[in-house]
Write a protein that binds this ligand. Structure first.
Ligand code: RIB
Ligand code: CA
Length: 342
């Protein structure tokens, strides 16, 4: 009888031990080692606040800035502003490429405002830029990184990563995956009938990144135009009644006007923030692996992403193309994270 009692005691102990290990293991999902490359930009700033409010899941190594919506000096200032508003001055900001690889620079001040940040008054943030250029930072970091350990979120033209890949192709060893806001297939373009701004602003850079063979996920207009603000969703954010929600509300109320008018839609997309939601809760989104090519020839299809959605060409699948998302789930997650900020 005593032997049976001992066996039962041992079984209960190991069962309890196993359930504790499983429970903590499930909670402590591995953090994402993340670099965010960005051209703030109204929706970039919303994405940055979203990401900087999520330290449990995202270990943000740095923000790297690029010219895009506005000139580099302004995108870099705006990234430092987002960092200050999020209370995350621990995250370094490196300035990168001041212009695209080959094409003449274009900007989107008509959408994002002269300062690149619609709806709010900007100021010179207290903390400055980190020493050194973003491209060198990417090279040094990705060369030294553990194999396939670092995720890169790309919220603007892909110039910085393209320059790093051209200079040191072996940096692919450090890249886990690149998650890109950009491109358009079913939706059509937002800067030409077929091209989305980030790709149109530097298609050659996007080609370099595509050809590098790194694991790519695209969040194109096909999905961002299905995740739109509404009065209720903006009220949900405003009801947080903290500084971050006030800033986001002021930015979005101004930023969405352009798209609502242009497309005649009841709300506006928050393009770049969908990348952060995808990193935090990929289950909110659906898509498929496809073959994508970028058109960098001068002409009416310059900057177009050509997506073989039905695999007609049987070409290699070089990207995961996200084409749908849970809009309310996105805004609930964004609101819940903004609530954590001051
Ligand atoms: O087309 C939308 C994209 O272009 C977003 O990243 C926005 O910030 C602009 O850069
Ligand atoms: Ca952007």
């Amino acid at each position: 009888m005593q032997r049976y009692a001992q066996k039962l005691h041992q079984f209960i102990r190991s069962f309890l031990l196993l359930s504790v290990i499983t429970a903590t293991g499930a909670q402590a999902a591995e953090k994402i080692d993340l670099i965010i490359d960005t051209d703030p930009g109204a929706d970039d700033v919303v994405a940055l606040l979203f990401a900087l409010a999520s330290p449990d899941e995202l270990n943000i190594r740095a923000l790297t800035t690029v010219a895009g919506n506005v000139r580099l000096d302004k995108t870099s200032r705006n990234a430092r502003l987002a960092r200050e508003w999020a209370g995350r001055e621990d995250v370094p900001v490196y300035a990168g490429a001041p212009k695209p690889l080959m094409r003449t620079p274009i900007y989107a001040e008509n959408i994002h405002g002269k300062e690149g940040l619609s709806g709010v008054t900007v100021h010179e943030p207290k903390k400055g830029l980190a020493e050194g250029n973003a491209v060198n930072y990417l090279i040094d970091t990705l060369k030294k990184a553990k194999p396939h350990s670092i995720t890169i979120a790309m919220l603007g033209p892909q110039t910085n990563l393209a320059l790093a890949l051209i200079q040191e192709p072996e940096i692919v060893q450090g890249i886990k995956e690149v998650v890109i806001m950009g491109g358009a297939h079913f939706n059509g373009g937002n800067i030409t009938p077929v091209a989305e701004f980030n790709l149109f602003a530097d298609p050659q850079a996007a080609e370099v990144v595509l050809k590098s063979g790194v694991k790519l996920t695209y969040l194109p207009l096909d999905v961002t135009h299905k995740i739109l603000t509404s009065d209720a969703r903006l009220k949900q954010i405003a009801a947080l009644n903290n500084n971050a929600s006030k800033i986001v509300g002021d930015i979005l109320n101004e930023y969405i006007k352009g798209d609502m008018e242009h497309y005649g839609i009841p709300g506006g997309p928050v393009h770049d923030a969908t990348v952060v939601a995808y990193l935090l809760k990929p289950e909110l989104f659906t898509g498929r692996s496809v073959n994508v090519v970028v058109d960098s020839r001068e002409g009416p299809t310059f900057g177009q992403t050509i997506v073989d959605w039905y695999d007609g060409l049987k070409a290699p699948k070089n990207a995961f193309w996200v084409e749908n998302g849970d809009a309310q789930g996105f805004f609930d997650l964004l609101t819940e994270r903004l609530k954590r900020l001051k």
